[in-house]
Design a binder for this molecule. Structure first.
Ligand code: HEM
Length: 123
């Protein structure tokens, strides 16, 4: 049976699995690798903290998530791919309430980022 998404080790598994897919993805891979280059360990640490804060209420992330995205060359197709890979990751690994919450929160944030990126590109 699939596991529940309950603690930091689950969050790490989720983040590692998701960014593994992202790095191999034809559309998203080049964008992430182009910006992050050899700083993947730092990026992953940041994302563990982001999701630990968002899903577990353990406040280890204190950055501002949106600004680094403002200047990325991304549009609706990229956000659709992002959310598809995220949903796929969760469904492969987890079941239960937190797993559903993770997909819901990710979709909401992606929606907001997409609108904000659009706004930046048109200003
Ligand atoms: C950081 C790409 C969507 C959360 C980053 C970075 C890249 C990136 C390249 C590293 C920036 C840097 O260090 O300079 C993308 C792309 C997306 C996307 C291409 C979709 C097309 C999302 C979504 C979320 C998210 C939907 C949240 C659910 C974050 C967070 C950071 C980050 C928290 C770290 C921000 C910080 O520096 O504190 N993203 N991202 N991203 N991303 Fe995304």
């Amino acid at each position: 049976m699939e596991r529940q998404l309950l603690d930091l080790s689950d969050v790490k598994l989720m983040v590692d699995t998701f960014y593994d897919k992202v790095q191999k993805d034809d559309l998203l891979g080049p964008i992430f690798n182009g910006r992050i280059q050899d700083n993947w360990p730092q990026h992953l640490e940041k994302m563990y903290a982001f999701w630990q804060t968002t899903l577990l209420g353990e406040h280890t992330y204190s950055g501002r998530p949106f600004p680094p995205h403002a200047t990325l060359p991304v549009g609706p197709a990229h956000f659709n791919r992002w959310i598809n890979l995220f949903t796929q990751t969760i469904d492969e690994l987890f079941s239960g309430e937190k797993a559903e919450e993770a997909k819901w929160r990710a979709a909401k944030i992606a929606q907001m980022f997409e609108l904000k990126v659009q706004h930046f590109q048109s200003s």
